[in-house]
Write a protein of this length. Structure first.
Length: 160
């Protein structure tokens, strides 16, 4: 029988890490968290170090790493490798992407601020109960303004 005082069941680990047990199982399937030993009754028994691992994964995902990035570098690290240069390269790339997204959002914010100001002026001369055509005006925006408002699909973060 394993020393159960030095290990954590799924529920306890999930609670301490602030994730669900489904997330833990997902991390196992994706190679972010090693498969833990199981009790005779099938319950997972995670080593104490799993808590730090889950926290590292959570922080890395929050920083913009993908599940695929983490799976690759953690596999290399678990095999005794030193993926630090790859981690740095990924982080540098994510930072550049974030800087670009911030610039795009800033431009969008400036544009939308001007639109809202125009709408406010239009509403000031539009009688209550009459349509001012605010949304219809968006369809006639010049192409340069539309290009800054492209839709981005949600990022797959790997959390459940």
């Amino acid at each position: 029988m394993k020393d159960t005082k030095s290990t954590l069941r799924s529920g306890a680990l999930a609670s301490l890490a602030g994730v669900s047990t489904d997330t833990l199982r997902y991390y196992e399937r994706r190679g972010l968290l090693p498969q833990p030993p199981r009790d005779a009754n099938g319950y997972r028994r995670y080593p104490q170090a799993a808590l730090m691992r889950v926290r590292v994964v959570q922080q890395a995902l929050d920083a913009g790493f993908t599940v695929e990035d983490l799976s690759r570098v953690l596999k290399q690290r678990d095999a005794g490798g030193a993926p630090c240069r790859e981690v740095f390269r990924i982080a540098r790339t994510r930072l550049a992407e974030l800087d670009q997204r911030i610039a795009e959002l800033s431009a969008l914010r400036d544009h939308f601020g001007r639109v809202v100001d125009q709408w406010e002026a239009r509403l000031a001369v539009t009688p209550v109960g009459r349509r001012a055509g605010l949304l219809d005006e968006l369809a006639t925006a010049p192409p340069a303004a539309r290009s800054r408002r492209r839709h981005r699909p949600p990022v797959k973060r790997g959390r459940l």
